[in-house]
Design a protein around this ligand. Sequence first.
Ligand SMILES: [Zn+2]
Length: 372
Amino acid sequence: MLDTTQRFHRLNVARIAAAAVLIAGIPMVSGCKNPFHRRTVATVSPVAKPASQTAAILPVDLTKVQPNEAGMVPILEYHDLVNTAKATGYQYSSAAFRKDMEWLYAHNYRPVSLSEYVQGRVDCPAGMSPVILTFDDALKGQFYYTPDGKIDPTCAVGILDDMHARHPDWPLKGTFFVLTNGDPKLPPAFYQDQYAQGKMEYLVKEGYEIGNHTIHHRAGIRHWSDDQVMAEFAGAVKNIQAMLPNYNVNTLALPFGVYPKNQKLVIDGQSGGVKYHNICALLAGAGPVHSPMSKDFKPYRMQRIIPGNEKFAIKYWLDWLERNKADKYVSDGDPNTFTVNTISSGKLDPAKIAKAHLHLRTYNGTTVASAK
Ligand SMILES: [Zn+2]
């Protein structure tokens, strides 16, 4: 059954590389994997609601931290992890994943919540840079129990648990775009049917998020009727909520990057008595995303970065952000404020800031505008 899923996800890294030439105006490669399907989607305003917050905010010397919350953030897109030396995009080695996490930690990245990021609530310590971790398809290498009932230390959840244990300031945050046992032709969630619900509950309890990745994972959705499309999105919500009652499924990764003809259905719809509302839709390739308060931030066209050693994969973009510090997001440590330097403040969208009820300031403490 693994091969069935794998066939859906053949990467053509060269195509992605060709698409990702410039950081500004990078051609959009829609959806979870398939670089052949480029789509445009109508620009939609972010749905910004105040998120629940947060730990006590300690006084921060902003002139030392020099926050740049108009900067860009990498969203990493992982699929399976395997215990082999090969490191490809779809089946990435556990050792390479661990190395990625350690590199991020050493370079002052900390994971943040995708849903909070989209809504402008970036909960990241002062001076640190947000990174968003995503995992598609509920694969074995993401979350697996060994025969003795322990979490496999080489799966993604096991490695992230270890990261958190050794680095307590590395929070357990990330989004799992799951396939939800709704299609008998696909493998069960995380390849262990008997643990599917327990794993979902564990992930949410630990601080991860669960996202919509449809029921059937089919590219043909672009030819489907509105009713069929809504049944696919709402059905995935229903299946997730069967395991996680009342869980708010509000993030979406489109399989193959294929949008339905009626692109508004990515945002809202209903079927079978189940309503859905997505605050964002994630793409594949290639490059970091803009600040959620930027004029250029498009919540329904959020790009991701694939793993691997190829050009325009993870190493390329993380190195790019190190070389281009002015474009790298640096947090002020307070999710309720948005701190920028006076130059980068011009990149921000006042309407988005007002909608998110954020306090905007420069890093010398001067209030640029207040949107209370
Ligand atoms: Zn997928």
